[in-house]
Design a protein around this ligand. Structure first.
Ligand code: ZN
Ligand code: ZN
Ligand code: ZN
Length: 454
């Protein structure tokens, strides 16, 4: 490869934002200084959010998710700054248990045998206890103690109804809050709005759980204050009552509700820690691997997956349930790779924050300023995937890693500067009155959930 070919390769990867499998499009472009129109092929970033498929695009998506969520927490990006002072509750909602799974409890144990019963086996001859202490990387975590006792059908159907259960929970919350405010549910908006954002995550046992934020606003969303009775404490208490009592009944007549373990925590003004916590989940596939990154086309594809029996059985159960009359409308075949979960990964109410689309559009305007070409809209068509040069993907990954390291160094340098500033303040205040001043930031407490729900 000569010098000019090397330069062209470097430029190509840079222009595709170090994407691992860019999309090739062909169309007309105008050269800004001469006005000349030329036909060119471009390789543009794939914009896939999944880290295992494209680290560079996923990293950008995660950054956008962070901006989106923190704007909903503390304002900015078109969200009124007043949102920061509105009552907010961080929630974690889980699925019920569908059978004991290998886990790590707070004290490190799994399912130690009970002192009174001693060693015991289920009807299938499998031990009901596990005396091991599993490492976090142990593949067995999340797998059932007995796969015949684990109710795969009920687990997959719970996943399939999780989004509906959440919507219904929000309606119930609004109903109760409306009653507290002395208005009909449909009139709640005239006094208050409950805006939310939620992120779905698949736990290791294969069940969906939701993390998210509720924010109480006035009738004009973030720019108006909620009524004084609608405090974070009241919102949290009401949500707890609703979570305990809400169920949805599927077309099979089975009612489905939340698991007993859920977590609700008030979020203090100025606290955006929840944004990093939630953004982390936005780039995951069902199980963090490539196996469940795409929809399955045949049952055989699932049968041949090189994964453990538990995950394979969850996907197969979803695939097979799709044939049953009661579940046809759930389109479970299209969602077998998500173990039956039919919803979106990130969902939010319209008033909570800005949109991914708005963030991308703002970035496109910013990037366009430095371009010497401008694309002519409507002339571009899809021509394929990937780079021409076989080593371009490798180069893309090198660029991405280098960018990440540079970003990390910048963040660390800023942190060090802030720490130095704080210890200076601390020293000064101690010199003043002799008493040490607390300069500890209020930390967002991550939800601590029970062991069965890993
Ligand atoms: Zn990409
Ligand atoms: Zn175990
Ligand atoms: Zn059993």
């Amino acid at each position: 490869m000569n010098a000019s070919e090397r330069r062209a390769l470097l430029e190509e990867v840079r222009l595709a934002s170090s994407c691992s499998h860019p999309i090739r499009i062909c169309g007309e472009m105008v050269q800004l200084d001469t006005g000349e129109i030329r036909r060119r092929e471009l390789k543009v970033a794939c914009k896939d959010r999944r880290q295992v498929l494209c680290p560079a695009c996923a990293s950008l998506y995660k950054a956008d998710a962070w901006i989106l969520i923190s704007a909903g927490l503390v304002g900015g990006k078109g969200v009124d700054q007043a949102a920061d002072g509105h009552p907010k509750v961080f929630f974690t909602l889980t699925a019920p248990s569908f059978g004991a799974v290998h886990t790590t409890r707070a004290n490190g144990t799994c399912h130690p045998r009970s002192k009174t019963q001693g060693f015991d086996r289920c009807g299938h001859g499998q031990p009901r206890s596990c005396d091991m202490q599993h490492e976090g990387s142990d593949e067995i975590l999340g797998s059932p103690l007995c796969s015949s006792c684990f109710d795969y059908r009920a687990a997959v159907l719970w996943n399939a109804h999780a989004s509906r259960l959440f919507s219904h929970t929000m309606r119930q919350l609004q109903r109760r809050l409306a009653a507290a405010g002395g208005v009909k549910r449909t009139d709640l908006w005239s006094v208050a709005r409950i805006n939310y954002l939620k992120v779905a995550e698949v736990q290791r046992r294969g069940l969906i759980h939701f993390h998210g934020i509720l924010r109480a606003d006035g009738s004009e969303h973030a720019s108006s204050a909620p009524p004084s009775w609608l405090t974070a404490e009241f919102l949290s208490q009401t949500m707890a009552e609703v979570v305990r009592s809400t169920t949805v009944t599927g077309s099979d007549g089975v009612p489905r509700g939340w698991g007993r373990q859920f977590d609700l925590a008030e979020v203090e003004p100025g606290d955006s820690h929840a944004a990093s916590y939630l953004a982390k989940y936005s780039i995951k596939t069902t199980d963090g691997s490539k196996h469940f990154a795409y929809r399955f086309r045949t049952r055989r594809q699932i049968e041949q997956l090189g994964v453990d029996d538990h995950r394979r059985t969850l996907a197969l159960t979803a695939w097979d349930l799709a044939r049953q009359m009661d579940y046809r409308h759930l389109n479970l075949r299209l969602h077998a790779q998500a173990f039956g979960f039919t919803g979106q990964l990130i969902t939010k109410s319209r008033g909570f924050t800005t949109t991914f689309q708005a963030l991308r559009a703002a970035r496109a305007v910013f990037m366009a300023r430095s371009n010497e070409f401008r694309t002519i809209e409507g002339t571009f068509t899809f021509t394929g995937r990937g780079y021409d040069h076989p080593r371009a993907v490798e180069l893309a990954n090198v660029f991405f890693t280098m960018d990440k390291e540079l970003r990390h160094e910048r963040v660390e340098a800023r942190k060090r500067a802030r720490m130095a500033h704080m210890s200076e303040l601390d020293a000064r205040s101690q010199a003043h009155d002799g008493a040490p001043q607390a300069l500890v930031e209020k930390k967002f407490a991550l939800p601590r959930l029970g062991s069965d729900l890993i």
